[in-house]
Design a protein around this ligand. Structure first.
Ligand SMILES: [Zn+2]
Length: 75
C-alpha cells in the first residue's frame, strides 16, 4: 500500500517552516499552533486541510509514477 509509508508534516502558513506542535496536547480544529520560527499563529483546521491536500497530491504522483512504470513494460 502506498499510503502506509507516507507522512505529511504540518508547516507554517506564513513562513513554510515545519511546525513543532506540543506532543502532549491533542489539537483540534479551531486551535492555534504558534510557529516557533515567525511567531505567527496557525489555525489547526487550515493546517490539516493543507496537509491533506498535500498528501493527496503526493499519493496522486506516486500512483502516476506507478502507472507509468506499468505502461512502460507493455511498450
Ligand atoms: Zn512561521
Amino acid at each position: 500500500m502506498i499510503e502506509e509509508n507516507f507522512t505529511v508534516s504540518l508547516t507554517c502558513l506564513f513562513c513554510d517552516v515545519g511546525l513543532e506542535g506540543d506532543t502532549c496536547v491533542e489539537y483540534k480544529s479551531g486551535d492555534l499552533i504558534k510557529c516557533q520560527n515567525c511567531d505567527a499563529e496557525n489555525d489547526y483546521g487550515s493546517l490539516i486541510e493543507i496537509a491533506k491536500s498535500k498528501g493527496i497530491e503526493k499519493v496522486k504522483l506516486d500512483i502516476e509514477n506507478e502507472l507509468k512504470n506499468i505502461f512502460k513494460k507493455f511498450k
